[in-house]
Ligand binder design. Structure first.
Ligand SMILES: *Cc1c(COP(=O)(O)O)cnc(C)c1O
Length: 372
């Protein structure tokens, strides 16, 4: 086994040379424009819309505030159908809006909301569906749209993992009423902290722009009890710089994924999961299922890796539906969420980020492949 000098983390932010960031900081110091739709904020909104292939987007201080605001923008009420297999922020955004989450099980192939199970969860109080493109795997957007149209529901996609993902040649972010991105330091594209709501038209973007600025429509008109969700100029500048490197970063992620996939192909009880056919994937995560028949248990593998200073994560264990604030809901009963529970019990997300060398991936594989 090769000798390593640093720990390996499941993810690490990709940082361009610091010198490249200095001109941006100098411009901010000179203009004294620190926030409130400054020049870098405006530039990043249009550069990202171009890069992602969407009509409009509204930048946010983080993805969680963007999710909370998306529910406000569409005036969602009552019950919202969602997945238990996600990060806490997805479901918490509902509680912050006084909405009731209704959990529906996931499709075992994609880890995303199972369209076959959505209709049975609809009640007269249902107003929206909040699916997640988990790991950057596209949801079955056509089936979800058909159900939403039939029942008159809104669809808000938590697209925190789906930066740059395309399906059948089109951005996955063009589906639903709104899609929400996260630019947190751990994500594929980062602005330190940040996020965005992808908007299909100018009208909804304007409403969201007001909501993220305390509800101000102009200097003297406040149209809603808005929040402070604005992205500042330093974060927007970081986004502009990151955008120059994103294609190289995505290519490196694909290369690392292939290295894992080739080595693990020989072990049927350690199964990498990938996106559906027709996906141009961002390799945001590298999820692997440790089958119940594998000689080493998932948690024992996790401990072995940790002992070797390799810090993998069990995204998404525990399930959101087992958190104290959700487990009392009728839809949180484990027997109704069998697929989600099994995946949460078996999953390990392997280290994947553009700074990871082939030798480091080799060290991870040495431990995974070690004979019992
Ligand atoms: C990261 C993440 C969020 C929250 O984004 P922040 O920018 O960290 O607030 C929401 N949903 C999912 C699925 C995430 O992974």
């Amino acid at each position: 086994m090769s000798k390593r000098h640093r720990p390996i983390y499941v993810t690490e932010p990709h940082l361009p040379p610091l010198a490249d960031f200095m001109p941006y900081l100098e411009a901010i110091w000179q203009s004294k424009r620190l926030t409130n739709s400054g020049p870098f904020h405006e530039q990043l909104e249009s550069a990202l819309a171009d890069y992602l292939g969407v009509e409009h987007l509204s930048l946010f201080a983080n993805g969680t505030l963007a999710l909370v605001t998306a529910m406000q923008a569409l005036r969602i009420t009552g019950e919202v159908i969602t997945t238990p297999y996600t990060f806490a922020a997805t479901t918490h955004s509902l509680l912050w809006n006084n909405l009731k989450p209704v959990f529906v099980d996931v499709d075992p192939k994609t880890c995303n909301l199972d369209p076959d199970r959505i209709e049975e969860a609809i009640t007269p109080a249902t107003t929206a569906i909040l699916p997640v493109h988990c790991y950057g795997f596209p949801c079955d957007v056509e089936r979800i749209e058909a159900i939403a149209d039939t029942y008159g529901l809104k669809v808000i996609y938590d697209a925190a993992h789906a930066f740059g993902v395309r399906h059948d040649g089109e951005s996955i972010l063009r589906h639903g009423d709104l899609s929400v991105l996260s630019f947190h330091a751990t994500k594929v594209f980062n602005t330190f902290e940040g996020g965005a709501i992808v908007c299909p038209n100018d009208k909804i973007k304007r409403r969201i722009d007001h909501l993220k600025n305390f509800g101000f429509a102009d200097e003297v008109t406040v149209v809603a009890p808005g929040i402070n969700g604005k992205m500042n100029e330093v974060c927007a500048a970081m986004g502009l710089l990151q955008l120059e490197h994103i294609d190289a970063a995505l290519a490196t992620r694909s290369r690392i994924y292939r290295q894992y996939a080739e080595a693990l192909a020989a072990v049927p009880t350690l199964q990498l999961i990938g996106p559906p056919e027709g996906t141009q994937w961002n390799v945001a995560y590298c999820p692997m299922l440790v089958s119940d028949t594998h000689p080493v248990s998932r948690d024992a593998l996790y401990d072995r890796l940790k002992a070797a200073d390799i810090h993998v994560r069990r995204y998404f264990y525990p399930l959101i539906s087992s958190f104290p604030m959700y487990r009392g809901l009728p839809s949180a009963v484990p027997s109704r969420l069998g697929n989600a529970h099994r995946i949460a019990r078996q999953v390990i997300c392997l280290p994947i980020h553009p700074g990871l060398g082939a030798d480091e991936v080799g060290s991870v594989l040495d431990i995974l492949l070690a004979a019992d």
